[in-house]
Design a protein around this ligand. Structure first.
Ligand code: SF4
Ligand code: SF4
Length: 334
């Protein structure tokens, strides 16, 4: 490795704004991930978030190293690995029940990554390109025969330890759906050594089904555990996960969730938003907080599906230009 100019957690946190490229917690399609990361590196982003998969890590590191060789003084983003705490829907892929699929093809156009194709040679007739499936769920409700099932993407301890101890990995994101305290504590027990000194983000959605006290208790438990490993806490409030929506109000749930946390709890560390983030988000943040990201209580964004869409199919240089313009559009509202 040449001299490493990767942003460390303190440098990420010292920046007035935050932009995270989300490759996808279950997305493992290397031919897409490599060019995607390559496109966003020149945009000067804060962080890249990847699946806990050794091949994805190797792929991203190769792109980092190649970029650094051509641009020896360029600053590389923090590298974050997403982890499932308690059955979060970001960690799943679909499978098809052979006896149920009637090969109607209705699900095909719903898939944002072209992971589905009809193949008459297969018993189920529908082929799922598993690396391309990131569990968004858009194919499931259109199926007239209920042919889809879910395959959980469980992270295995041994490869996970190798991933987290890689020197490029200086950030993790913990995803919780159930706010299960035992899973949170166990994760820190299992990964104590590899979490030390890292940026540690908690991704969740404030859930009205749970009392205010439960998620405040959970946040306090999270903060104590991060402090116990000398880590740097961060919150990511998820609105409409994996929606890829370009609708004007798609990011409203994430913004409202973040404001709810900020108003009622006031964490002493940054709050970011994800899920439904698109080019309408900066204006919505201004409307909701009377400030753009630089002055707002909402520090920045994590963007997945729309960021991928922006550069899909473009030649390398055009993809880099598009990615840089896309990132800048989030922070020029002040
Ligand atoms: S629509 Fe979503 S869940 Fe279905 S195959 Fe495509 S990526 Fe996977
Ligand atoms: S919608 Fe259901 S039945 Fe139709 S091709 Fe897809 S999985 Fe098969």
């Amino acid at each position: 490795m040449t001299e490493n100019h990767q942003l460390n957690p303190q440098q990420v946190l010292a920046h007035p704004t935050f932009f995270k490229l989300i490759c996808g917690a279950s997305f493992t399609d290397l031919p897409t991930i490599g060019p995607l990361v390559e496109a966003y590196l020149p945009a000067g982003i804060s962080c890249i978030d990847i699946a806990p998969h050794p091949d994805v890590l190797t792929c991203v590191i190769k792109v980092f190293e190649a970029y650094q060789q051509v641009n020896p003084s360029a600053q590389l983003p923090a590298l974050m690995v997403s982890l499932d705490l308690d059955g979060d829907p970001h960690f799943r892929k679909v499978a098809v029940k052979p006896e149920a699929c009637i090969a109607c093809g209705l699900c095909l156009p719903k898939c944002p990554t072209d992971a589905l194709a009809l193949d008459a040679t297969l018993p189920e007739q529908l082929a799922v390109d598993l690396p391309k499936c990131y569990g968004c769920g858009r194919c499931v409700p259109v199926c007239p025969t209920d042919a889809f099932t879910w395959i959980p993407q469980t992270q295995l301890p041994e490869p996970l330890q190798a991933i987290l101890s890689n020197p490029w990995v200086n950030a993790v994101e913990l995803h919780t759906q159930a706010l299960d305290f035992d899973s949170l504590r166990k994760c820190f027990e299992d990964c104590r050594q590899d979490f030390t000194g890292k940026l540690i983000s908690l991704c969740f959605r404030p859930n009205e089904a749970r009392s205010f006290k439960v998620w405040v208790d959970y946040l306090q438990a999270f903060e104590a555990l991060v402090a116990s490993v000398d880590g740097y806490p961060l919150l990511q409030i998820d609105g409409k996960p994996m929606s890829g929506s370009e609708e004007a109000l798609a990011s409203q749930p994430a913004i409202e969730g973040a404001l709810q946390v900020l108003q009622h709890y006031k964490p002493q560390y940054p709050v970011t938003i994800s899920g439904g983030i698109n080019l309408n988000t900066p204006a919505l943040v201004v409307t909701s907080t009377d400030a753009g990201f630089q002055q707002s209580t909402i520090w920045g964004v994590g963007v997945g599906t729309i960021a991928r869409k922006k550069v899909a199919g473009l030649a390398s240089e055009s993809a880099m230009r598009e990615a840089t313009a896309f990132v800048e559009s989030f922070f020029n509202t002040n």
